[in-house]
Design a protein around this ligand. Structure first.
Ligand code: GLU
Length: 467
């Protein structure tokens, strides 16, 4: 049987990291087993579902590279089909109309609570033969006896007595089908073999299994992925920081770094931390997914992101960096090759936003010299050292690393001072104080004209301070 998994978000917001991890696990499982991955938009809640949110989910999945083989299917396009299934259940006597008033249900609930019982529908209407002309909902006739057992691929065996389950509503009074019905119909119709989803749905699973059985359909396997917690131990939410996948893009994370972080959140393979997508596909298994919730750790995500910035193909990093340079008002085509800048700077940043910030000086003059660095090195004879090195740099035939290096060295020798006496003010003069690589490489990338202009500005600053 072909493996088929799915991701079935409700489009009521952006794609958050919890949803993205569930989608990733489903996608990996399908890829690992040569199967198909289906995207289904569960938009039956007409009030809360929006097209903007569908688009945000699609955008997030595309950015992460979680490509789906089938879909997106929209549940709102399938109402006729759900109704056919509900009608079949009615014909088989496995569902019934209920016209219990809100007041009656509320009273029942209060009595049950007072008697310390679990609130549940008492089956009042199950044999009352309510007319279709009266306002009503339709309830599924859950078996009264026996139990439901399933072997969750993450949690292991789970058994629930039918006496714990009540007759759930499958069609609302406005005629719309409910989640537990639509999800079963769709997972059946779409041939889903493993339902991988958040464990907030674990209580729905036994009810859904009863629906499969009522329809005489094969029951898929289930895997319930534990939730993600924030660092204070409560469920991860906005108040812990970014939760939207696209916000991570904006904050300068590489999609493959976020995927790598998410796959490790609750899954492990020995003590390996870094996985290429191909390795994830080769090694991922639901059995190795942790049963306990995992805690989101931004420091670890930053560390992983830094490894990817450091080790990925510099041309790839440059492509992803480009929009962040644009955010700073910089057009990287008007300056040194961005790929060379990435190679020069990438050891010094853990996000692309940081990398852009520390690379801006290659493309435009900074506003001011870092005051601390200024105080430390723009003093004594620094202006003379800068004037001397400037002269030699201006006279170079070619603006190349080796020649730049020699010019600095010759200045040091001619002045008879330590290397730092020339190099330190020169570095601050040209970079403003931003983290930077070897001095000859820094100057080479900044370019001759900008370097000389900035050295002049530094000399003037030193002389102003002295005056
Ligand atoms: N639409 C449901 C949700 O977003 C998921 C349902 C499922 O995966 O079964 O929570």
């Amino acid at each position: 049987m072909t493996v088929k998994t799915r991701f079935a978000p409700s489009p009521t917001g952006y794609l958050h990291v919890g949803g993205a991890r569930t989608a990733l696990f489903s996608w990996l499982y399908a890829r690992r087993h040569g199967g198909h991955f289906v995207l289904r938009i569960e938009d039956t809640d007409l009030e809360r579902s929006t097209q903007a949110s569908v688009n945000a989910i699609l955008e997030g999945m595309t950015w992460l590279g979680l490509e789906y083989d089938e879909g997106p299917f929209y549940q709102t396009h399938r109402f006729d089909h759900y109704n056919e299934v509900i009608d079949t259940l009615m014909e088989k006597g496995l569902a019934y109309r209920c016209n219990c008033s809100k007041e009656r249900l509320e009273k029942l609930r209060e009595e049950q609570m007072a008697a310390k019982q679990k609130p549940r529908y008492d089956g009042h209407c199950c044999d009352r033969g309510i007319s279709p002309d009266e306002p009503h909902v339709i309830r599924f006739r859950n078996p009264l006896e026996g139990e439901v057992t399933f072997d969750d691929l993450i949690r292991g065996r789970i058994t629930v007595a039918n006496s714990e389950l009540d007759d759930l509503i499958i069609r609302r009074s406005d005629g719309s089908p409910t989640y537990n019905l639509t999800v079963v119909v769709d997972d059946h119709d779409m041939g889903i073999t493993q339902v991988i989803r958040g464990d907030d749905h674990i209580n729905n699973t036994p009810r859904q299994i009863n629906l499969y059985q009522a329809m005489g359909w094969d029951v898929p396997a289930f895997a319930h992925v534990p939730m993600i917690l924030g660092d204070d131990g409560s469920r991860l939410s906005k108040r812990h920081g970014a939760v939207s996948v696209m916000q991570y893009k904006e904050e300068g994370y590489l999609p493959e770094a976020l995927l790598n972080y998410l796959v490790r959140l609750g899954w492990s393979h020995g003590d390996q931390e870094l996985f290429s997508v191909d390795e994830m596909i080769e090694l991922f298994d639901l059995e190795a997914v942790n049963r306990a919730p995992s805690t989101f750790n931004t420091d670890k995500l930053n560390w992983i992101n830094q490894q990817y910035i450091k080790d990925a193909d510099p041309a790839h990093v440059a492509r992803l960096l480009s929009p962040h340079m644009g955010d700073l008002g910089i057009d990287p085509s008007e300056g040194p090759d961005l790929v060379e800048v990435v190679e020069a700077q990438r050891e010094r940043a853990s996000t692309l936003v940081e990398l852009a910030a520390i690379s801006a000086f290659y493309y435009r003059d900074f506003e001011e010299f870092d005051p601390k660095a200024c105080k430390k090195v723009f003093k004594g004879e620094a202006d003379q050292a800068l004037a001397a090195v400037s002269q030699r740099l201006a006279a170079l035939d070619a603006w190349e690393r080796e020649a730049i290096h020699d010019a600095i060295k010759e200045t040091v020798d001619a002045l008879g001072v330590g290397f730092g006496k020339v190099a330190m003010p020169l570095r601050i003069a040209v970079t403003g104080g931003a983290p930077s690589p070897d001095l000859d490489l820094t100057l080479y990338l900044v370019g001759r004209e900008a370097s000389l202009r900035r050295i002049d500005r530094a000399i003037a600053t030193i002389q102003d301070t002295r005056a």
